[in-house]
Design a binder for this molecule. Structure first.
Ligand code: UD1
Length: 378
């Protein structure tokens, strides 16, 4: 009997999991662990969309993710170049491995690139596509991630959602209800598993910052950082906060390049400016902050779990459950120094809650188990 037949007889699935960019790594880790625990075969593909040690390797080390079985090494480039390179490199890997499932996570260019390749090979290979973090919508088509989300969901056979509010979004796009399965938030699996190690790290203490005595800020969205005027305004707002409270600002490579290119280095003086952080370092700082100011999607969810007030520096969010059931609030739009400062003051005044005290349904550390069960059932 061939290996594939033996596996099928034993109910053992071959599942290819794709990771490309920083926000993917904390989502694939628990899925890989849960697949292994249930006796299935996981095949990990790293597209190489993010390649710096601090954007990629640090997360593999912190999260205990095994070496990828395939590294596509695509690197940076325009959206078209990056997406095309992933597609070209991924097609022969998928064709050779012939998994039962392709699992893609989140909304980055690697997500749509691999889903698109698999959708064209689906019939010949008998490989189905599952999207983890399906159904989130910002309804803002200017965001590359929104395009990636909508198209990936349309191409997928199984839509694994992090919160119940994702389901009406999918139904509104004509996706049959039975294709979507609520599994909860897999990123919180990683946070639950890593929180005590992150606390032990005590990065705030090592930086001389008191717990609850500083603000943590992150910025990397093209809408905030690719335009000199917008980036100047957002950094001006953080300067206003920094006059009241120490501001810690880990800088994404995109933001670092633009701060230099637009001559805005004076706007970040006086802040604790850091290189991109590893996973535990980031959670250690989030967990200790009085308030987090961010344009990241992941941090909106993580602060909700941690019970730390969050101010989102965007026009809208694809994670509205963090507003209604969590600690998140939107900064008034368009962003101004006064508006952001005021929102940060109000958020701080709300105070912090204990981690896990009040969280949306399914943000409980067991989403990956439910994902594996949904794959096996489908
Ligand atoms: C990507 C994702 C975004 C996610 C973000 C998290 C898409 C469309 N965007 O945006 O959803 O929130 O990752 O970080 O997929 N760079 C480095 N080293 C690296 C990676 C990137 O220097 O390891 C540079 C690139 O050369 C580029 C810039 O940073 O100049 C942006 O990288 P890119 O992967 O294009 O997109 P992100 O802005 O990181």
């Amino acid at each position: 009997m061939s290996g594939a037949l033996t596996d099928a007889a034993a109910g053992r699935m071959r599942v290819m999991v794709v990771a490309g960019a920083r926000p993917n790594f904390m989502k694939v880790a628990p899925v890989l662990f849960a697949l292994e625990k249930a006796g299935h075969q996981a095949i990990l593909v790293h597209t190489g969309q993010h390649y710096d040690a601090r954007m990629s390797d640090a997360f593999f080390a912190d999260l205990g993710i095994p070496e990828p079985d395939h590294h596509l090494g695509v690197g940076g480039g325009s959206h078209a170049v990056q997406t095309a390179r992933v597609m070209e490199a991924f097609e022969p890997v998928l064709a050779a491995e012939r998994p039962d499932w392709l699992v893609v996570v989140g909304d980055v260019n690697s997500t749509i690139a691999c889903a698109l390749v698999a959708s064209k090979l689906r019939e010949g290979l008998g490989c189905r596509i599952a999207h983890v973090e399906a159904g989130l919508r910002s309804h803002d088509w200017r965001m590359p991630e929104e395009v990636n989300r909508v198209l990936t969901d349309r191409l997928s056979d199984l839509l694994l959602t992090p919160s119940r509010d994702a389901h009406p979004n999918l139904l509104a796009e004509g996706i049959p209800a039975e294709r979507a399965v609520f599994v909860g938030n897999v990123m919180i699996d990683t946070l639950v598993a890593q929180l005590s190690a992150a606390r032990d790290l005590d990065l705030p203490g090592r930086m001389g910052l008191a717990r609850g005595g500083y603000a943590l800020a992150t910025l990397h969205r093209p809408s905030n950082v690719d335009d000199a005027e917008n980036l100047g305004a957002v950094l001006g707002a953080l300067q206003a906060v920094a006059r009241q409270l120490p501001v810690v600002l880990p800088l994404h490579p995109r933001t670092r390049k633009n701060v230099d290119a637009f001559g805005l280095a004076d706007r970040i003086q006086g802040m604790h400016v850091l290189e991109p952080l590893g996973y535990r370092e980031m959670q250690s700082l989030s967990d200790g902050a009085a308030v987090v100011l961010t344009d990241s999607g992941g941090l909106q969810e993580e602060t909700t779990y941690l019970g730390v007030p969050c101010v989102t520096l965007r026009e809208q969010t694809e994670r509205p459950i963090t507003l209604t059931e969590g600690t998140n609030r939107m900064a008034p739009w368009p962003l101004t120094a006064e508006g952001v400062f005021q929102a940060a003051q109000e958020a701080r005044a709300m105070g912090r809650m204990d981690a896990g005290a009040r969280v949306p349904e399914g943000w409980d550390g067991r989403a990956a188990e439910r994902i594996v069960a949904a794959l096996a059932r489908a």
